[in-house]
Design a protein around this ligand. Structure first.
Ligand code: GLY
Length: 316
């Protein structure tokens, strides 16, 4: 991102070889300080230090005491980005691109974004602060330099780019890229695409995305994920799910389900179903999602009841 001038958190990387330099760097770094293990650490390798002293101790623990094993043999020290997070999705054939609807997801298990991280508890699209002005900045400052950067690096990439962004004071900063769609963002992004997605995918493969019409549905979409009680910790499987067939105001996406030998649908994972509602407003879409949920049940079912409430407050 630095090479291609794409806005992101300022960062420097340290190893045990330049530990002293790293300790000096975090000692005068504005707080909070973000320390990230550079390797894979099962989603746990990020520590946010509120004080410089804590950042020094943490950096030592990561680099010298191998707090996250090999994963923390390199540590990225990063600026803390404060703002509201959202995800923007792009489909590219390597030359041309279409910007898909943006979405905001809800990662924590508990209401008011508390508790452990999950695979996603809900999502909303559109996101009200992602207006034409903000999305224009995203296109000019992030999407175009990303596509041009891939080309400049000799990477012939065709497919989805998932751009995780922070809106900091009206300016977009990239937090992460993924080369896939998001879950549960897909369950609100795809229902808002009015054009035939198969045509879009074929054009992506053929390098002709610029020749395909692409229309969005102006309606809002929201999804709420129903999970097994206990998730993301341990949970039971095999509970009989009832009521799916009576949901007519929302779409029901299956994830952790299977057919039992008796022909019923039973739970078979942590995240079980995602219930997507659509409507002329986020409030109406949420009403449809939650009305659908009200018809479905199994023993120890859990879902968050506050999906989209922050968006509704922003719209007030
Ligand atoms: N919802 C976040 C992700 O798919 O990575």
């Amino acid at each position: 991102m630095n090479k291609h001038n794409i806005p992101t958190a300022r960062s420097r990387t340290f190893t045990a070889d330049n530990l002293e330099e790293g300790l000096n760097y975090v000692s005068s770094h504005p707080t909070p300080v973000v320390l990230k293990a550079d390797g894979l650490a099962a989603g746990k390798g990020v520590i946010i230090s509120e004080t410089n002293e804590h950042a020094r101790e943490t950096l030592k623990e990561m680099l010298v005491d191998a707090k996250f094993g090999d994963a923390s043999s390199r540590v990225v020290v990063e600026q803390f980005l404060e703002g509201i997070e959202l995800s923007v999705f792009v489909l590219t054939d390597g030359e041309n691109y279409k910007i898909l609807p943006e979405a905001k997801d809800y990662k924590r298990i508990g209401e008011q974004d508390t508790g452990l991280n999950t695979g996603g508890m809900g999502a909303v699209s559109p996101v009200p602060f992602a207006d034409a002005d903000f999305l224009g900045k995203v296109e000019d400052r992030v999407i175009k330099p990303t596509i041009n950067g891939l080309k400049a690096e000799g990477i012939d990439y065709k497919g989805f780019i998932f751009i995780g962004l922070m809106n900091m004071g009206g300016d977009p900063y990239v937090i992460e890229y993924n080369v896939r769609m998001g879950d549960p963002e897909t369950q609100v992004v795809m229902p808002r695409i009015q054009s035939d997605v198969l045509e879009l995918f074929i054009a992506t493969g053929n390098g002709t995305l610029d020749q395909v019409d692409y229309e969005l549905d102006e309606q809002a979409a929201t999804t709420v994920v129903m999970v097994a009680g206990g998730y993301p910790g341990s949970y039971a499987k095999g509970a009989t799910i009832s009521g799916i067939d009576s949901v007519d105001e929302a779409m029901v996406f299956h994830a952790g389900t299977k057919n039992s030998e008796e022909g019923t649908v039973v739970t078979n994972g942590g995240r079980i179903l995602a219930i997507t509602g659509k409507g002329d407003s986020v409030a109406k879409a949420l009403e449809n999602s939650y009305n659908g949920i009200g018809k479905i049940s199994w023993q120890d079912e859990y879902h968050r009841k506050d999906i989209g409430q922050d968006i509704l407050r922003l719209l007030d």
